[in-house]
Unconditional design. Structure first.
Length: 348
């Protein structure tokens, strides 16, 4: 009864929002469009994005501006959910906010490390971050070097892990990205126990723990297939958390002499039926497919729980990735079939 009362208002709001997410057949229709303006016209006429896209005039209809609008729609949904949440759920949403902060820092690192001539274009994120984040976009956009960028994060939790890299030699964008990823996953894994209790904690641990396992599987596979990395180097990539993958099994996966041995080891995991490397899907699509299954099963079995919030944000973020991918494919004149192959997986 406690969870029913705590989540009844949030669940009603989220169900209304989820009903507006794109259906699989709509992605098929998008994939058959000829250019980006046609995608915008379709989204305006057939989806909940009409309201936000109506702010663009014809001269502004290009991929960069549309992506910004899509991101703002995610922030808008986060804000709506936040308003309906109690203190317990808001603490969870602040945990989720860390993923958006990591994305922002990584974007800024790419700007300064690659010496892009274009200025930081973050005004569309500023209002949202000013309200919900510990990070000051106003400070970040003054950064011209990685040292300045790290110093401009001094009042945030990200300063200490990045400060250690700042004092190292020959640090690359990859090093920063890896450090932030490892920090994010290990921090969330620790803090979830302070934020969530009992049933909510069990649900989130299942979803987040599975996500960590699947990312580790994905990174081991990529390291072996595309980069021929040595086991010692692969271990450095991995999130040091084991949910359903034992230490012994991770060792077997990393040290497998070839892809066939790796795939045989994966076949013994609980993820095998959803994570078949022999399917005609990319590794990213299989990762998305497996998580989609886990999240939707959890919310179906436990509708009045943190799964309602967690699943909606996952589905919304996946939808934005797929729309962005579809636009990129159409921009480069890929066929509808090729576009759908890149989009892949389910939408809901």
């Amino acid at each position: 009864m406690g969870n029913l009362l705590a989540y009844s208002g949030i669940v009603t709001k989220i169900r209304a929002m989820q009903s507006k997410l794109l259906k699989p057949e709509q992605f098929i229709e998008v994939a058959n469009l000829g250019n980006v303006p046609e995608i915008v016209d379709y989204l305006k006429k057939n989806t909940a994005y009409a309201e936000v896209l109506d702010t663009l005039d014809e001269s502004q209809i290009h991929r960069g501006n549309i992506e910004k609008i899509l991101v703002q729609s995610l922030y808008h949904d986060y804000t709506k959910i936040y308003r309906f949440c109690g203190q317990k759920q808001r603490r969870f949403l602040k945990l989720h906010m860390k993923s958006y902060e990591i994305d922002l820092i990584n974007y800024c690192l790419r700007i300064v490390i690659n010496h892009y001539k274009q200025p930081f274009d973050l005004n569309y994120k500023r209002a949202f971050f000013d309200r919900y984040s510990q990070i000051s976009i106003e400070k970040l956009i003054t950064s011209r070097t990685t040292d300045e960028l790290v110093e401009n994060l001094k009042d945030t939790e990200y300063y200490v892990p990045l400060r250690k890299l700042k004092d190292s030699q020959n640090v690359t964008l990859y090093d920063y990205d890896l450090t932030l990823n490892l920090y994010y996953f290990t921090t969330i894994w620790k803090e979830q126990k302070k934020v969530l209790k009992k049933a909510d904690l069990d649900l989130f641990m299942r979803d987040f723990g599975s996500r960590i396992d699947l990312l580790n599987l994905q990174w081991i596979y990529r390291a072996k297939k595309y980069y021929n990395m040595k086991p010692a180097d692969i271990y450095l990539l991995l999130i040091p958390i084991h949910y359903k993958l034992s230490t012994d099994l991770v060792k077997e996966l990393v040290e497998a002499p070839g892809l066939e041995e790796f795939e045989n080891a994966v076949a013994r995991t609980s993820y095998a039926r959803h994570y078949n490397f022999r399917q005609d899907l990319t590794i990213e699509q299989m990762y998305s497919e497996c998580l989609n299954y886990l999240y939707t099963v959890d919310v179906r079995r436990n509708p009045y729980s943190i799964a309602a919030v967690n699943t909606y944000l996952f589905l919304k973020e996946e939808e934005l990735k797929k729309l962005t991918t579809a636009m990129e494919c159409i921009r480069y004149s890929l066929t509808p079939g090729e576009t759908l192959a890149y989009v892949g997986g389910r939408t809901q």
